[in-house]
Write a new protein. Structure first.
Length: 229
């Protein structure tokens, strides 16, 4: 039955791709992108507000779309997306922190008991340093990083400080990548060397790769130390 479902799934995907090939074409995507930018120019403040609320909601619900939204926001709005993303991400994380400190404390505690026992001592040595590391390196799932400080009674102002400081580097790189994406989309995605050689297009991608490599290296080292405890 599993193979049958898999076969039907692949067949359905191929059918959708065949009949929707015009809709998902590069030119169609570029047309939609251009239209989106035009709509944003016509309703700039409203568009910024909608983007802010979408980002806030996604973080509050721990939806795994924050990176994609950051890239889209950077491509569509430019560097103004940087403070918007920082603010929305911090407020969204703060919502989870409030829930973990109040009405949802018992609910979250039951789901994080094992992890809490393993990180309790390290966390209490320096809550700010621990949270900074967790923001910079994806060692635990995002939702778990947001509730552990609440369950271990971290001060709210320290939580906000470490959250803002910790997400700035990664956000800045993602915004830079988004700006490079806008440059390429504005050029019609044509494979021209002048796009590839343009620093605003490829330098952020290199920085993003370095960030991923460092995050993986540090994360693996901490995971080894974590399991040895």
């Amino acid at each position: 039955m599993g193979r049958i479902r898999w076969a039907f799934g692949v067949a359905a995907l191929l059918i959708v791709m065949w009949f929707g090939r015009e809709w998902v074409s590069v030119q169609s995507f570029l047309d939609q992108y251009s239209e989106a930018k035009k709509m944003i120019r016509d309703q700039y403040l409203l568009s910024l507000l909608i983007f802010f609320l979408l980002y806030l909601l996604s973080v509050s619900l721990s939806l795994p779309v924050a990176s994609t939204l950051t890239l889209i926001g950077a491509a569509l709005f430019g560097w103004i997306a940087f403070p918007i993303v920082i603010t929305a991400a911090t407020l969204g994380a703060l919502v989870i922190f409030w829930l973990g400190s109040t009405v949802a404390n018992k609910f979250f505690y039951e789901r994080a008991t094992d992890t809490l026992e393993k990180v309790r001592e390290v966390f209490r040595q320096s809550p700010i340093r621990w949270l900074l590391m967790m923001r910079l390196v994806p060692f635990f799932p995002f939702w778990l990083v947001n509730i552990i400080p609440a369950l271990l009674k971290m001060r709210q102002r320290d939580y906000v400080f470490a959250t803002v400081l910790g997400i700035i580097p990664g956000t800045a790189i993602y915004i830079s990548v988004g700006r490079g994406l806008d440059t390429m989309l504005s050029e019609g995605l044509s494979p021209q060397w002048n796009i590839i050689e343009s620093p605003e297009a490829w330098v952020p991608l290199v920085l993003l790769g370095i960030l991923f490599a460092l995050s993986t290296l540090i994360s693996n080292r901490h995971k080894k130390e974590f399991h040895e405890c």
